[in-house]
Ligand binder design. Structure first.
Ligand SMILES: Cc1cc2nc3c(=O)[nH]c(=O)nc-3n(C[C@H](O)[C@H](O)[C@H](O)COP(=O)(O)OP(=O)(O)OC[C@H]3O[C@@H](n4cnc5c(N)ncnc54)[C@H](O)[C@@H]3O)c2cc1C
Length: 492
């Protein structure tokens, strides 16, 4: 009689099955195939939309030059949320090899030329170990991703697009992971993994229930990356007994305009770019009052408070309130396809004079501040007081309320406008807990046999985040877990 956990039929089989074709999946696939394994990749998105957050990212990846300093820096970034030291060392040793690996497969590692945000926490010990690289001449525009995607595609690696992994097949006695139940065109597709399954299917940026459950204080939040990242890896790993870690950490928040017609939110130039100098702008919460330095250059969403870093406050719903001078200066949104799902994939053609978005109702407008307050549902007196106070601060050249020192321009010229803002993020960092070999572990610390993960699904970053650390880690742990997975003895 057949064991009850086995499917009637395996439709496909490979030595190593990789779930998710982003940066971590690419690194794992290239490494495992290079070691002689037969590799099969399952990808939820159709071919034109695969690549996950890696594809639409800024394209930087971390390279460290000094392993000991890197361990020190990672420990400092983790602060009170320490990770096991073998894990920190494995991270540092492997990230130190990112460029060497890129060169070994024909890549063209280039250090970022302009690093205004280069070292994210330069004040922390070991920070000078960190270097940001990308592939090819130009930073952004999916260029690093294009190289790794092509490197996978030119190898004999089968990729099944529009085939999400849904469930891990687990031996009910030994707990070994034997394969994956995927789905293609609504039909179950059972894929046998003779050696191991590697989960590289990203975070939960597009799963509002997980966001409410796991991210601190957020009733909702919108990812600027791939909408296919819905936390499937977390669901699959939990069902086979995995522990979780870092579920409350994420690269955010920022504030952006989210409209139902598009999946990714629109970032507002006046909030994010220092070159925007015309017109007055503040952001208010549901009480009609300011709550932050709107122009503060957060460190991936974190701001200092009482001597520690924490997420920027985002009292929802929030509104960016501004005057006609800012409305008239040009598009509120910068659509250059450098990074982000909206800019690279959805490509909404924002009008040069903001008129189309006004007609669509994305931007609210009223002749008076009281009228605008009515449109956005805040107390009229509170909004008028907030603008009056802001204008007074601008005249004095000083914002004693929140210390803003950029774009100290009064809101004077009507009509007045508002754009609703939601909390937004780059990516989540939590997921199944893994060890220094990339094995997913149970709450008691024991590995779940033949199950691995890499990338932002259960990332190492527990507290603070160094920019480019995600793709750097995705490459590093993709290679680590592929090496270990390939060394397994096949179960069948
Ligand atoms: C706008 C933006 C800019 C960023 N810039 C940078 C940067 O410059 N440097 C940096 O280091 N980090 C950056 N990040 C973060 C970084 O992009 C990600 O953390 C990293 O790319 C994650 O890689 P990954 O391989 O783990 O996941 P992803 O690249 O997200 O890949 C996951 C893949 O899994 C697929 N998938 C999901 N569910 C399933 C399923 N059930 N079955 C099969 N497939 C599935 C998805 O479709 C996707 O293709 C940025 C993020 C964003 C949003």
């Amino acid at each position: 009689m057949q064991e009850p956990w086995l499917p009637q039929q395996w439709h496909k089989e490979a030595d190593v099955v990789i779930v998710g074709f982003g940066g971590a999946g690419a690194a794992a696939a290239i490494t495992a195939q290079g070691l002689g394994a037969k590799v099969l990749m399952l990808e939820k998105a159709p071919e034109g939309e695969a690549g996950g957050n890696t594809r639409i990212a800024g394209q930087g990846y971390l390279q460290v030059y000094d392993v000991d300093k890197a361990v020190t820096y990672l420990n400092a970034l983790c602060g009170p949320f320490q990770v096991p030291q073998p894990m920190a060392r494995a991270w540092a040793e492997e990230i130190a090899k990112n460029n060497e690996w890129a060169l070994s497969i024909g890549g063209d590692p280039q250090e970022h030329q302009h690093q205004p945000e280069g070292i994210e926490f330069p004040e922390l010990p070991g920070a000078d170990c960190a270097h940001k690289f990308h592939d090819g001449d130009i930073l952004g525009y999916s260029n690093t991703w294009k190289f790794y995607e092509a490197a996978v595609k030119k190898r004999p690696i089968e990729i099944l697009y529009q085939t999400p992994g849904r469930e891990l097949i687990q031996n009910g006695i030994t707990r070994d992971i034997l394969g994956v139940r995927a789905e293609h065109n609504g039909q179950a597709l059972y894929v046998k993994a003779r050696k191991a399954v590697i989960l590289t299917c990203g975070g939960f940026e597009y799963n509002q229930e997980m966001i409410r459950n796991y991210l601190p204080g957020l009733p909702y939040c919108h990812g600027t990356g791939s909408p296919y990242n819905e936390g499937d890896g977390i669901t699959m790993a939990l069902a086979v007994g995995a522990d979780l870690w870092h579920m409350n950490n994420y690269a955010g928040p920022s504030m952006a305009l989210k409209v139902p017609e598009y999946k990714a939110p629109f970032s507002m130039q006046a909030l994010h770019y220092s070159h925007v100098q015309n017109g007055g702008m503040i952001v208010v919460g549901p009480d009609g009052r300011r709550f932050t330095d709107e122009k503060y250059h957060t460190r991936h969403g974190k701001i200092p408070r009482n001597g520690v870093w924490g997420p920027m406050p985002t009292p929802c719903p929030m509104h960016m309130v501004f005057d006609h001078a800012l409305f008239g200066v040009g598009p509120l949104y910068d659509k250059k396809p450098v990074s982000g799902w909206g800019r690279i994939i959805e490509r909404y053609d924002w009008s040069a004079d903001n008129s189309a978005e006004l007609s669509r109702g994305w931007i609210k407008c009223a002749d008076t501040l009281a009228g605008l307050a009515g449109l956005i549902g805040v107390d009229a007196q509170a909004l008028q007081d907030s603008v009056k106070r802001w204008n007074h601060n601008c005249e004095a050249g000083n914002d004693p309320d929140f210390g803003r020192n950029k774009m100290l321009i009064p809101i004077t010229q009507g009509p007045y406008y508002a754009v609703p803002l939601s909390p937004a993020m780059l990516n989540t960092l939590g997921g199944p807990r893994r060890n220094e070999r990339g094995q997913i572990v149970r709450p008691d610390g024991l590995p779940i046999p033949r199950l691995y993960s890499a990338g932002e699904l259960g990332s190492i970053y527990a507290y603070l985040y160094q920019g480019t650390g995600n793709i750097g880690e995705a490459f590093a742990f993709g290679r680590i877990c592929a090496r270990h997975a390939v060394a397994q003895t096949p179960w069948a």
